[in-house]
Design a binder for this molecule. Structure first.
Ligand code: URP
Ligand code: ZN
Ligand code: ZN
Length: 487
């Protein structure tokens, strides 16, 4: 009998279905046996007293990328995925970001090259479209979707990257035809711009006014608009970073109408509020992201929406900028909030923050934690069952957690290249101590054991989440003024 490469013995193995004490055997990078009293392998990890979970899947992070505002992120694929791995995440989906004038297929080639050289976790790309030219829509996008890049990112705001309504519909049509999920940064551009200009012209320039310039209705209006586009074309969408109670309610109603809308939120909307931006000088810029953190009532509504399944995923929206002249302070010490890059680091803290709240503090269950942070994103983005699962045949992407370890977050304790931690000062219980990626131990004893470039690109098939709900009438439908024959 072939000896297993690795056996994890005696841990409590958690999946979305339950928690079971069992051994896991790994051979050739995949899980090949699950059961009691498996023989020891060439390597054996003793996991008694530990929790053995699927490695996290972070489906929204900005890595080595020019932002919507035109500034380069602080993290490379090496530093971002190193940070992800220390936090128990083994697969990331970042952006191949097309800016206007870029050829989409060149963009994907360039990102593939830098990721292949640097990544230590596995990775996939969302195709970020800001220039939907005929060449992009008719040639590059279909080809890229069919080759396994099965998700698209569109922006409804940010001057340099936003699409007009009719351009969004064009992109959604292509996604529908070739089978891809359309993900959106959905906020009303006009309202934000109008508010921000008025605030600054009246001298309200501190970071806290960033929050004021993104009224709650920006999110509600944009969600509603994009949901109706989705309804018109019967094209599935994913609404990124839901921040308000009303936004979650709009999604709940749309799902009740049978519209195929998925949604994520992020730790910044579950753990931070608008108050965090209210600090002396420019300090509050460290907590500036779009949409902005809201209120404790919104936090509660988002937790409830996650528990009910109205929102299915928690991603980091890791958007890293240093608090210096290369990042948040690029426009100088007198900058107004409009000149400050949006985004927070979060790849490393996403899982520990959620584990502490959901499992250690008992807000939810371990099974739900696994679902929101690994299994659901893997399914929705077409990575399952290779990723996000502990099952025979799945990649051995595994995080072994010490549920009792307490860690106090500090500004210099992370492994990214950002230099601050927006959650510094919090003490969390539960930490991923050993992390495996395709069977290789990449984190152990507080050290990275993977070489830059050892992460692999994950091409994806057309998952159920990417297919139309089948609601569109084949004929012209007077009720909707539309029909599949118009596609
Ligand atoms: O503030 C954020 N979220 N920055 C990153 C860019 C985006 O909005 O996705
Ligand atoms: Zn966004
Ligand atoms: Zn983002």
């Amino acid at each position: 009998m072939t000896e297993f490469d690795l056996v994890i013995k005696g841990g409590s193995v958690a999946t979305t279905d339950g928690v079971t004490s069992m051994d896991i055997a790994v051979h050739g990078g995949v899980i090949t046996a699950l059961g009691q009293n498996l023989p020891r392998g060439l390597r054996t990890i003793e996991a008694a007293g530990k929790l053995v979970l699927p490695g996290g899947v972070d489906a929204h992070c900005h890595i080595q990328q020019l932002s919507g505002g035109g500034l380069m992120n602080a993290d490379t694929f090496e530093t971002a995925t190193r940070s992800a791995a220390f936090g128990g995440t083994t697969t990331v989906i970042s952006f191949a970001a097309q800016h206007r004038g870029d050829r989409l297929q060149d963009v994907v080639e360039n990102y593939s090259r830098v990721a292949a050289a640097g990544a230590v976790t596995d990775y996939a790309f969302h195709l970020w479209i800001s220039d939907p030219t005929p060449e992009a829509l008719e040639h590059d996008l279909p080809r890229l979707i069919e080759s396994g890049h099965r998700s698209i990112k569109i922006f409804m705001t940010y001057d340099r990257v936003r699409l007009l309504d009719e351009q969004m519909l064009d992109v959604m049509m292509v996604a529908r035809k070739y089978g891809a999920l359309v993900c959106a940064h959905a906020e009303n551009h006009g309202m934000i711009k109008w508010m921000a200009d008025r605030l600054v012209s009246r001298g309200y320039i501190e970071p806290k006014y960033h929050g004021v310039s993104h009224p709650r209705v920006c999110e509600i209006e944009a969600f509603e608009r994009l949901i109706r586009f989705s309804q018109l074309l019967d094209q599935p969408i994913m609404l990124f970073h839901v921040s308000t109670a009303e936004g979650a309610a709009v999604i709940r109603r749309a799902r009740g109408e049978g519209i195929k809308v998925f949604a994520e939120t992020c730790p910044q909307y579950l753990f931070l509020t608008a108050q965090d931006l209210d600090r002396p000088g420019l300090e509050g810029a460290k907590w500036m992201c779009s949409p902005p953190p809201r209120s404790t009532a919104d936090q509660e509504a988002l937790w409830r929406a996650l528990e009910l399944g109205d929102l299915q995923v928690v991603s980091s929206d890791h958007a890293p900028y240093r608090f210096d002249s290369s990042g948040k302070l690029a426009a100088g010490p007198e900058a107004d909030f409009k000149q400050i890059a949006n985004g927070l680091p979060g790849l490393e803290t996403r899982l520990p923050l959620l584990f502490d709240a959901m499992v250690s503090q008992g807000r939810s269950s371990l099974e739900k934690f696994v679902e929101l942070t690994a299994t659901a994103p893997a399914k929705i983005y077409g990575l399952h069952p290779r990723k996000g699962a502990i099952a025979i045949g799945a990649d051995a992407d595994i995080a072994i957690w010490n549920p009792d370890r307490e860690v106090t977050l500090t500004d210099d304790g992370l492994h990214d290249n950002v230099g601050y931690n927006p959650f510094a000062g919090r003490t969390l219980r539960g930490w991923p101590e050993t992390v495996l990626r395709r069977g290789d131990i990449i984190i152990a004893d507080g050290k990275l054991q993977a070489a830059p470039g050892s992460g692999q690109l994950q091409l994806r098939g057309c998952a159920a989440s990417m297919r139309p709900a089948g609601k569109l009438s084949p004929e012209f439908d007077p009720a909707t003024n539309f029909g599949a024959q118009l596609l």
